[in-house]
Design a protein around this ligand. Sequence first.
Ligand code: NCD
Length: 353
Amino acid sequence: MRHLIDFGDMTREEWEALYARASEIMDAPERFVDVCHGKVSCNLFYEPSTRTNFSFQTAMMRLGGSVFGFADPNSSSVAKGESMKDTVRMVSNYADVVVMRTPWEGSAKAASLYSHVPVVNAGDGGHMHPTQTMADLTTITRLRGGVDGLCLGLCGDLKNGRTVHSLIKAMAKFRDIKFFLISPRELAVPDYMRVFMREHNMWFTEVTGLEAVIPQLDVLYMTRIQKERFVDPLEYERNKGIYVLTRRKLERAKKDMLVMHPLPRVDEIAVDVDDDPRAVYFQQARYGMFARMALLEHLALQPRDEHPAPVEIGTKPICRNPRCITQMERYLPPLIKKIGGADCCGFCDAPLE
Ligand code: NCD
């Protein structure tokens, strides 16, 4: 694996090797304090982040490497109008790995075309967030012993929640997974995700109520209503506060169910749930750091690609998704991929009409 753009890029074996490494690091972190000595990571954060940015930074520091970058693009040449292609090509002169978060779908894929060094997608708009999925799978595997055979409830904003999309993609690599997708109808998973689940023969059912399904779940994955992604503020007003997990609701859940959340939480988990032993969301954030250590070690030690292949210059976007990176960065090539037999955008997965 050269870049981590989408969890689907990884095979189950590659994931298991990374998980095994993350476990070794957790068990004896002192053995890893020098493995990235002299290596440098560049963290480009075009949108807010606490956990992801901090955990990538501390992951690199704990491996003996260093970190530079920005957490606010207005402090860089992006504010002068520099294209993403130029920014990425530049920083890949200085760094051994680039970690990137943006509000545009498909942006990490775009960056990977121009980078001399591996690129990690730390969240591309409402599309994907594969390293959160690494945190999620590490948590589930450490605390439940494995992932096969689990029944998962994904609850909240399944339309805009990139952590949900990445987690579903990852689950296609495991056996006998059942999904309860719990959301209001207008915040249900995007069509490309539904097509993906059918294509991979994944068992899923879409429901609007949390309480009725809670007793069946092994993992309940709560998510925030993604306020910043709503085009229509009334749609947000209609849906905010719609699911709140409380102690009372948890009474009906299995005794060993895991309550997970990528965080930040707004109001979807009542504070009194935090002390329930099933609430593992803060631990999940710590597992995420170890998982990112395993990933950074794998990527930052790869040789630099001095001559990335030339990339065709696009003339106008073929994708109509207004949040797709191709709408912003017009030089990007027309990339097409097949999802469920249909032509889709190679950057953001949206169907091409
Ligand atoms: C998530 C994200 O940014 O997508 N946070 C995170 O990385 N842990 C979830 C969210 O913002 O709701």
